[in-house]
Design a protein around this ligand. Structure first.
Ligand code: GDP
Ligand code: MG
Length: 597
């Protein structure tokens, strides 16, 4: 295909504004899949994505469209995730495209992630076509939303495309806008190969698959390629496109997007953002890569069954291949044994990885309390980064502790503004700005990240009845009056439950955890003391009374098989228990105790 007939584009939008529905409609309209093959939201192909209705991995698909000018165009679409945790994936997809469709729900208007995504697209020098979706809804207010886009983003909306992705209204208008308004890619087919490694993942049949965007030269089967940053050399085995099924082709030229396989075994060989070049005729300089992603939330993941440690290591390796933003390293815990310290882009990201480990890899895991990365300045002048509250040294060697802050942008209808401001100030927020976008307030706050990681997003949704939208960027470190709270069960510290909090919140949080554990730890044959302490000082205490009866007593000794079943069940439950001194704590107690109200 000549370059002039290629368009590479992303769809960007706030969550639920209809990206995936529009992508489906584009696939269907251009006939890439038959009606029978068409399932809803083709691009959201991970089971988890479908269930949660969110897009986690950026996906790509190649469409063929015969435009009104009589020419047939190749349209490479990259779907992007909309959730705040996945901004990194968005930036990767944008780097592989020349333009974006900015989808805005005409009944909702501009939201926090609309802004965040559109700024990223502007940074990537994209041509942006505004698309107003859901105009079939009675609540749609096209003129008002156009005005918002002009006022807040500064984009001209006179040519905005008005559609309903759901009913299929004016999808043709979107396709024509892509062809006439987005620039074609540029590149030189005769120059040395330069292809951007956009993404990679593990496929059980084909092994490691790499998603590439060719800038210059040609990528062919049998070619020896070199990863410029990483340095390794591989022979290309298969070259193909996503149509949307993987479909082998002979080669990929400038401007094209597709995949390769090259018998790559190790995760370390595929750094997202790396440049592929030909080993014998290498390019002189790599393409500009991506900023490496920085995990902001860490927690420990431990197998419930210690025998699963190697399986966990293997599974984390495979997940990491699918998700360059996820980090892990081995660690040990006195309470939990051998496991991994894992870094995530946010809490949703953490939840998703945990769920994928249990679903796709059939692993039972215990997760410790999520923690942000603190900077500890010791009295001897050394600085250490603390990923795990259990590693915090003795208070006497610590001079001061810095914690990460974020800058949050919250859009919320006026009616709920009061509750949102209250929530922000409860979380030690500092107001930076408060303006209006139509009848909605846009509040900009600085907040300590550790006040946000637990449940801020859920609370925000609940105090605004789901109407608030939220986005954030990291905003440096600042000193905080922070203390480590240890949780002791029968006077033994449970390292996995210790956490760091602001001094003013310590008593309340300590009390809440003790009260929760009291309900969560089953009674045993002896009394159990549960305490929260800062250093040697106990700040909260609860006692669980002793259990008197044998659990099998209620079987009256008569029905042996029933009794055996009960004991079996108990044994099964035991596998999910952790021993602390003489006390067994069920895994569910950890998870529940670690979730704050
Ligand atoms: P995404 O999060 O941006 O990918 O949004 P989805 O494509 O998953 O759509 C979110 C919800 O909006 C789904 O329930 C869709 O069925 C619905 N939706 C998408 N487009 C339209 C539309 O044009 N009209 C109406 N009424 N609903 C739509
Ligand atoms: Mg989606």
């Amino acid at each position: 295909t000549p370059l002039a007939q290629i368009r590479n584009f992303s769809i960007i939008a706030h969550i639920d504004h209809g990206k995936s529905t529009l992508a489906d409609r584009l696939i269907q309209t251009t006939g890439a899949l038959s009606d029978r093959e068409m399932t809803n939201q083709v691009l959201d192909n991970m089971e988890l994505e479908r269930e949660r209705g969110i897009t986690i991995k950026a996906q790509t698909v190649r469409l063929s469209y015969r435009a009104k000018d009589g020419l047939t165009y190749v349209l490479n679409l990259m779907d992007t995730p909309g959730h705040v945790d996945f901004a990194y994936e968005v930036s990767r997809s944008l780097a592989a495209c020349e333009g974006s469709l900015l989808v805005v729900d005409a009944s909702q208007g501009v939201e926090a992630q609309t802004l965040a995504n559109v700024y990223q697209a502007i940074d990537a020098n994209h041509e942006i076509v505004p698309v107003l979706n859901k105009i079939d809804l009675p609540a749609a207010d096209v003129p008002k939303v156009k005005q918002q886009i002009e006022d807040v983003i500064g984009l001209d909306t006179s040519d905005a495309v008005e559609i309903s992705a759901k009913t299929g209204l004016n999808i043709e208008g979107v396709l024509e806008a892509l062809v006439t308004r987005l620039p074609p890619p540029t590149g030189d087919a005769d120059a040395p190969l330069k292809a951007l490694l956009v993404d990679s993942w593990y496929d059980p049949y084909l092994g490691v698959i790499i998603l590439v965007r060719v800038k210059d030269g040609r990528l062919r089967r049998g070619q020896k390629i070199r990863m410029m940053a990483q340095g390794s050399v591989h022979t290309v085995e298969q070259v193909g496109v996503f149509a949307p099924k993987l479909t082998p082709v002979d080669d990929l030229g400038p401007g094209e997007m597709g995949y390769i396989t090259a018998a790559i075994k190790t995760v370390a060989d595929c750094n997202v953002g790396d440049t592929l070049t030909e080993d014998r005729h290498p390019a002189s300089e790599p393409l500009p890569g991506f900023k490496p992603s920085v995990p902001v939330v860490w927690c420990g993941l431990y197998p419930v069954d210690a025998d699963d440690f190697e399986k966990l290591r293997d599974s984390l390796g495979k997940l990491r291949l699918n998700d360059a933003s996820f980090h892990y390293e081995a660690e040990t815990s006195a309470a939990l044994g051998f496991g991994f310290r894992c870094g995530f882009l946010g809490l949703l990201h953490l939840e998703i990885i945990q769920e994928r480990l249990s679903r796709e890899f059939d692993l039972d895991l215990i997760a410790t309390a999520p923690s942000v990365v603190y900077r500890l300045h010791k009295t001897n002048g050394e600085m250490m980064e603390l990923h795990n509250p259990a590693d915090m040294p003795d208070g006497s060697v610590i001079d001061r502790i810095e914690e990460p802050w974020i800058k949050a942008t919250i859009l919320v209808p006026d009616d709920y503004l009061g509750s949102v401001l209250t929530l922000c100030s409860e979380r030690r927020g500092q107001q930076v700005d408060l303006t209006y976008v139509g009848n909605r307030a846009m509040a900009v706050y600085r907040l300590p990240l550790n006040e946000v990681v637990f449940d801020f997003y859920d609370r925000l949704k609940s105090v605004s009845r789901g109407y608030a939208s939220f986005d954030y960027t990291m905003d440096g470190y600042a000193d905080g009056d922070l203390v480590r709270i240890s949780i002791l069960v029968n006077h033994e510290p449970v390292d996995a439950l210790s956490f760091i909090a602001h001094r003013a919140a310590a008593d309340n949080r300590g009390r809440a955890i003790c009260a929760k554990l009291k309900d969560l730890i089953p009674r045993q044959l002896f009394k159990i003391a549960i305490q929260a302490a800062i250093g040697g000082r106990v700040i909260a205490r609860e006692t669980i009374g002793a259990l008197s009866k044998d659990v099998t007593a209620k079987c009256y000794g008569g029905d042996i098989s029933r009794k055996r079943k009960l004991l079996e069940k108990q044994k099964e439950g035991k596998k999910r228990m952790r021993q602390f001194g003489r006390v067994e704590i069920p895994q569910s107690a950890f998870l529940a105790a670690l979730k704050m109200d």
